[in-house]
Write a protein that binds this ligand. Sequence first.
Ligand SMILES: Nc1nc2c(ncn2[C@@H]2O[C@H](COP(=O)(O)OP(=O)(O)OP(=O)(O)O)[C@@H](O)[C@H]2O)c(=O)[nH]1
Ligand SMILES: [Mg+2]
Ligand SMILES: [Zn+2]
Length: 281
Amino acid sequence: MRLRLAGGDEVEARVKGKRMRPVCGDRVSAEPIPNEDDWLITGIEDRDNALTRPNLRGAVEVLAANVDQVIVVAAPSPSPDWFIVDRYVAAAEQMRVRAAIVFNKTDLESAEDEALADYERIGYPVLKCSAAEQSGLEELGALLAGQTAIIVGQSGVGKSSLINALLGGEEQRTAEISTKSGEGRHTTVNSVMLDLPGGGRVIDSPGVRDYAPAIESVAAVAAGFREIDEASHECRFANCRHLQEPGCAVKAGVEGGTISARRYESYRRLLRLTEKLESQV
Ligand SMILES: Nc1nc2c(ncn2[C@@H]2O[C@H](COP(=O)(O)OP(=O)(O)OP(=O)(O)O)[C@@H](O)[C@H]2O)c(=O)[nH]1
Ligand SMILES: [Mg+2]
Ligand SMILES: [Zn+2]
């Protein structure tokens, strides 16, 4: 893997032992291997935070560490799965870092999506842009300046394209894989951290089709939905799960239209999923 030294030079590095798994964003200790160009990673410093998700075998996999911001990208095509967006936003809340929504491919025809207004209403920055038409990039650059961000979202929404556009044509390395139909396609395989010309660093990550971050516990689910968390202080019971309990301020908010029914449905889905995962351990 690529390792950046304190002085700024980049070297290839191997990991000492089998158990240690450094990820993008990790701060590590390392030493040069005698008579070789490669370095040896000998330890990982404690992480401020980590973005995780269950892999296809159900084990929790760390995607990146030590980020300040999670940028969730959606687009008219592939058609948005807002539940995935909600799960990433909840993961950012769990990590106690900022989240923002970027709606890319505005050059394509699409109906105005109510979901974007939901996020704006509860205080998340929502940016519209087009990597193809190079529009909205200044705002995106400003959002990323001075931060270490990770860009996440469904495969094909244009995460790598946006980063390439910000880099001003200085193409990043992307692996080429062949799909079954035989057509070539660039898809991100490994997370990679890049420096932006406007300052700041961004981690490009492989997209997901239908799996997304692991939430630590049932209690963390409500905390991942800030408008639900806020309303929950008014619930009659302190341990209210906002499902069928009497005197639930969250359900009242959904009925009264102050809480988005779509977001509430995401909350219930994520709660069910997290309960299922917790009962497996
Ligand atoms: N029309 C249009 N197409 C775009 C835009 N941005 C990216 N694309 C196209 O969308 C496809 C996917 O773009 P990528 O940047 O590889 O998407 P990604 O999110 O990095 O995908 P993964 O690496 O698989 O997660 C490519 O064919 C891009 O050319 C845009 O603003 N408008
Ligand atoms: Mg990509
Ligand atoms: Zn409640």
